[in-house]
Design a protein around this ligand. Structure first.
Ligand SMILES: C[S@@+](CC[C@H](N)C(=O)[O-])C[C@H]1O[C@@H](n2cnc3c(N)ncnc32)[C@H](O)[C@@H]1O
Length: 204
């Protein structure tokens, strides 16, 4: 990883994903998380304030040391134990059937093998465990999609490998999850090519 991706992108992500306008999406996606939770792409812990009381422990998977350090304030305020437990969502260092819930927010766009990471999450979730996600990705309209395809190579360079055009719900079901709940909408105040959100929950 180069200097820009390693040192600069985590700061950009904290600002871009840490706005107050994102909080309602974080609150919605965290609702219903229970028990032992694995969070993939933990970043700077922007979901921590929204973990419900039913969460007992969080295993954070995050490759970026800078991102993890930027989360110090959120970690200090956490009311549940949170441990940095892995570095790569594509290869989770956990036994099968270990967790009650999993969460991914704005991360499946960036993990190089998004499908592989989802398969890993399904493997480590107990049968019936729930994956909660909010992700940007492939837009419903063809016109927006064509812009996403055109802009994707630039986005990948400037945004740490982030893809604009992944079909997140399709990847979730391709990984073997059963979709339990899905809301697709455009985030307010964000250009449509980057703001086509999928917020949902799926059963392992
Ligand atoms: C756009 S940020 C989102 C951070 C956080 N989830 C949030 O909602 O603010 C994408 C995150 O995915 C992480 N990431 C990149 N590659 C990863 C991988 N292979 N496994 C797990 N996380 C990864 C990045 O370091 C970064 O923290």
């Amino acid at each position: 990883m180069g200097f820009y991706d390693d040192r600069i992108v985590p700061h950009i992500v904290k600002i871009a994903c840490g706005g107050k306008e994102v909080d309602p999406h974080r609150e919605r996606v965290c609702a219903g998380l229970t028990g032992e939770v694995v969070e993939v792409g933990f970043g700077s812990g922007l979901n921590v304030p929204f973990y419900p009381a039913a969460v007992t422990r969080v295993a954070a998977v995050e490759p970026s040391d800078v991102g993890w350090r930027l989360g110090a304030e959120n970690l200090a305020r956490a009311t549940v134990p949170i441990e940095r437990s892995g570095l790569d969502g594509q290869s989770l260092p956990f036994e099968d059937d270990s967790f009650d819930s999993a969460i991914s927010t704005f991360t499946l766009c960036t993990i190089p093998d998004g499908l592989g990471a989802l398969k890993e999450l399904r493997r480590v979730l107990k049968p019936g465990g729930m994956l909660h996600f909010v992700e940007h990705g492939r837009a419903p309209e063809e016109k927006v999609r064509s812009w996403q395809d055109r802009l994707n190579p630039i986005q990948k360079v400037v945004a740490g490998g982030c893809n604009l055009n992944r079909d997140i719900p399709q990847l979730v079901t391709d990984a073997g999850f059963r979709m339990a709940d899905l809301d697709q909408f455009y985030a307010k105040g964000v250009p449509r090519f980057g703001g086509a959100l999928s917020l949902g929950a799926a059963t392992a």
